[in-house]
Write a protein that binds this ligand. Structure first.
Ligand SMILES: NC(=O)c1ccc[n+]([C@@H]2O[C@H](COP(=O)([O-])OP(=O)(O)OC[C@H]3O[C@@H](n4cnc5c(N)ncnc54)[C@H](OP(=O)(O)O)[C@@H]3O)[C@@H](O)[C@H]2O)c1
Length: 342
C-alpha cells in the first residue's frame, strides 16, 4: 500500500510518499480501502509542527476520510465487506460526556490518520456513509461536519427562527450554514472578500458581511437583529474576533467557542460578558453517536457538503498548499486514492 508520512519532522519538505505492507485487521477491526480525505485547519497546525508535544513524527496525517470495508475481524458483526464507512475523529468517544483522555484518540495526530490507501480501524469507531454522498463529500464530515453539528446542538439545540452568526467560511462554517438552514434558523455569515461573499450567498446564507468593508461587523449584526443581537455565535476566529462576538450576541445568548484562526490569547471586556449574561460554551468535535445523529439529518434533508477542489492522492502535498491559500469556497479534498496504488 501507499501512504504519506511526516518522517523526520513536520513541514511539506518532510512529507514523503512511502510504500509498505497492507495492515491486517485484529478480531474487532476492519480494513478500509480508502477513497477520499478532506483537510481541516487543524491539519495545517500539524503541518507547521504547532500541535503540541503529543503529536510527533513519524505520522500519517489527516483525520477526515472515507472508504469501503475490504476485510474484517471475526468479532465484527455490525458491518459487512462492501460497506462504505468513515472513521470517527475521536476513535474512543462513543457518546455521552467525553472521556478524560479525549486527546489521545484523535486521528491525524497523535494517532496515524487517513492519508494511506489502506487503514485499519476498530469497528466501534466507524459510521456508515449516507447513501446520497460521494466519498469526497463523506470525507468532510468526521471533524468539520461533526463540529458544526455539535456547535448547533450544544449546550442546547438551535431552534427554528433563531439567528446564528457564523464567522468565516471554512469547512466547519459551511456545513453549519446548511444545518442551521435545515433547522429553520436565520444565518449571518462574515467573510473576507466580496468575491467570497457572493459565493456564500449561493450557499444559502441569509446575510453575508464582507469584513474587509465592515470592520465593525458586530454593529451590523445588531442592526440586522433589530438592535437585540443574535442568539448564537459560532466563534471560529478566536483572539481577534471574540470581543466583537460578545458585542454581537443578545443578552442571554450563547457563544460557541470553536476555533482560533486569528490567535490564541483573547482579551475580554468582562463587564459586557457579565451584563449580557452570556453562555460561553466550547466544543471539541463530537462523539460517534453525534456523528450518526448528524448523518441522519444530512440524509433527511439531502444536505451535501461543499467541495472546492479534489487533489489526487499522489499529489497530496498540493492539498495542504490549497488550504493554506484559502483557495475557493468549500472543503479541500484528496481523491483518486486507488489509482495505480498497491
Ligand atoms: N473545536 C473543534 O472541535 C474544532 C473542530 C474543527 C475546527 N476547529 C477550528 O475552527 C477553525 C476553523 O476550522 P476549519 O477547518 O473550518 O477552517 P478552514 O476550512 O481552514 O477555514 C478557515 C477559515 O477561517 C476564516 N477566517 C480567516 N480569518 C478570519 C477572521 N479574521 N475572522 C473569521 N474568520 C476568518 C476564513 O474564511 P473567510 O476567508 O471567509 O473569512 C477561512 O476560510 C480553526 O481554528 C480550527 O482549528 C475546531
Amino acid at each position: 500500500m501507499k501512504y504519506w508520512s511526516f518522517t523526520e519532522g513536520f513541514g511539506l519538505e518532510n512529507l514523503a510518499l512511502k510504500t509498505g505492507a497492507r495492515p491486517r485487521p485484529g478480531p474487532r477491526d476492519v480494513l478500509l480501502e480508502m477513497h477520499a480525505a478532506s483537510l481541516n485547519y487543524r491539519d495545517l497546525v500539524v503541518l507547521r509542527g504547532q500541535h503540541g508535544r503529543m503529536v510527533q513524527p513519524p505520522l500519517i496525517p489527516l483525520s477526515d476520510g472515507a472508504g469501503v470495508i475490504v476485510d474484517k475481524g471475526s468479532d465484527v458483526h455490525d458491518f459487512k465487506i462492501g460497506d462504505r464507512v468513515s472513521p470517527a475523529f475521536y476513535q474512543h468517544w462513543q457518546g455521552g460526556p467525553p472521556p478524560a483522555d479525549l486527546e489521545v484518540g484523535r486521528l491525524g495526530g497523535p494517532l496515524d490518520g487517513v492519508l494511506a490507501t489502506y487503514c485499519v480501524f476498530p469497528a466501534s469507531s466507524l459510521v456508515s456513509i449516507p447513501s446520497h454522498l460521494t466519498y469526497e463529500e463523506a470525507a468532510t464530515l468526521p471533524c468539520a461536519g461533526v463540529t458544526a453539528w455539535s456547535a448547533l446542538s450544544e449546550p442546547s439545540p438551535l431552534r427554528p427562527g433563531e439567528t446564528v452568526l457564523i464567522l468565516g467560511t471554512g469547512g466547519v462554517a459551511l456545513l453549519a450554514i446548511a444545518l442551521a438552514k435545515a433547522c429553520g434558523a436565520r444565518t449571518i455569515v462574515t467573510t473576507s472578500s466580496a468575491q467570497r461573499a457572493e459565493k456564500i450567498r449561493d450557499f444559502g446564507a441569509d446575510i453575508v458581511i464582507d469584513r474587509s468593508q465592515e470592520e465593525n461587523w458586530a454593529q451590523r449584526v445588531r442592526a440586522e437583529t433589530g438592535g437585540l443581537g443574535c442568539d448564537r455565535v459560532l466563534e471560529l476566529g478566536g483572539a481577534a474576533t471574540l470581543g466583537q462576538s460578545i458585542k454581537a450576541v443578545r443578552t442571554g445568548g450563547t457563544i460557541i467557542l470553536i476555533g482560533n484562526v486569528t490567535g490564541n490569547n483573547a482579551e475580554l471586556f468582562l463587564p459586557l460578558v457579565l451584563t449580557r449574561r452570556l453562555t460561553l460554551h466550547s466544543v471539541s468535535c463530537g462523539s460517534r453517536s453525534a456523528f450518526e445523529a448528524m448523518n441522519r439529518a444530512l440524509a433527511l434533508h439531502e444536505i451535501r457538503p461543499a467541495i472546492a477542489k479534489t487533489i489526487p492522492f499522489d499529489r497530496a502535498p498540493e492539498a495542504f498548499q490549497a488550504l493554506e491559500h484559502n483557495d475557493g469556497v468549500g472543503n479541500i479534498c484528496v481523491g483518486s486514492y486507488q489509482e495505480g496504488s498497491g
